[in-house]
Ligand binder design. Structure first.
Ligand code: ZN
Length: 245
């Protein structure tokens, strides 16, 4: 029998918040006993994210997704603490989300690696103002780099660059568990914007290395005019603990 596209049929009554919280507690206790390291997403207060880049991630999500009801439920889930585990790795996110069943659902989100062209675009933007790199390394995404993040060739994945699977029986293209994980990713970015690079398959140290080297190349090209600044840049290199080539 073919499945209806619009009527998912398996969209059960929603578990209430108290039940969801009870299940979350049980799961976390059980996993702790089993010695499994869980990295739950914990949201303090009403706002899921507080940084501009975390907010941009969530706004982007809402712009792309046509499944508003799933997004709303996803928000409720992430706020309730239902994302009991979320690990960002190179090019993918592995997560577990608690639902009405005792065993949490398994979610995998895959993001295409950033193309060389877009890498070069990001490097060019970052090397222009080298102090931005230092701020980035400290966990602050400077607003000056907004374009790197949001621009057409930026770090944001386009919908066709995102793939996801969930072990739940909801046949909607984006179930509430996937939506909860996507919001959870926003919360993680809030804490550490460098995870953005990780998610796009970029090694941050290498990225910074290339951006600094490329910056120094340009400085040396104009060394006769700006010799003082070159020395200044060497100090920046020392700050990063990276030696000159
Ligand atoms: Zn699901």
């Amino acid at each position: 029998m073919s499945r209806s596209y619009w009527n998912t049929g398996t969209d059960y009554a929603q578990p209430d918040t108290a039940q969801l919280k009870r299940n979350v507690k049980q799961t976390l206790n059980k996993e702790r006993t089993n010695g499994r390291v869980m990295q739950p997403v914990s949201i303090q207060g009403r706002k899921i994210v507080s940084s501009w880049w975390g907010q941009a991630w969530c706004d982007n999500l809402e712009k792309y997704a046509d499944y508003e009801s799933r997004l709303e439920r996803g928000k409720r889930y992430v706020r309730t603490g239902a994302v009991v585990d979320l690990k960002i790795q190179k090019g993918k996110v592995l997560a577990r989300v608690q639902g009405r069943r005792k065993t949490p659902y398994k979610i995998e989100i895959r993001i295409s690696p950033l193309s060389e062209e877009r890498c070069q675009y990001a490097i060019a933007a970052c090397e222009e103002k080298i102090e931005n790199l230092e701020r980035l390394m400290k966990g602050d995404f400077p607003e000056e780099l907004k374009e790197v993040f949001l621009g057409e060739n930026g770090l944001f994945p386009a919908p066709k660059e995102i793939g996801f699977t969930c072990s739940c029986p909801d046949w909607a293209l984006m179930c509430k568990h996937v939506a909860a994980v996507l919001y959870g990713i926003g919360a993680r970015f809030d804490e550490n914007p460098l995870l953005f690079f990780e998610l796009r398959g970029i090694d941050v140290e290498r990225f910074v290395d290339v951006a600094l080297a490329s910056h120094v190349d340009k400085m040396l090209e104009h060394a006769d005019v700006h010799s003082d600044r070159v020395i200044e840049e060497e100090n920046w290199m020392e700050l990063f603990g990276i030696g000159l080539l």
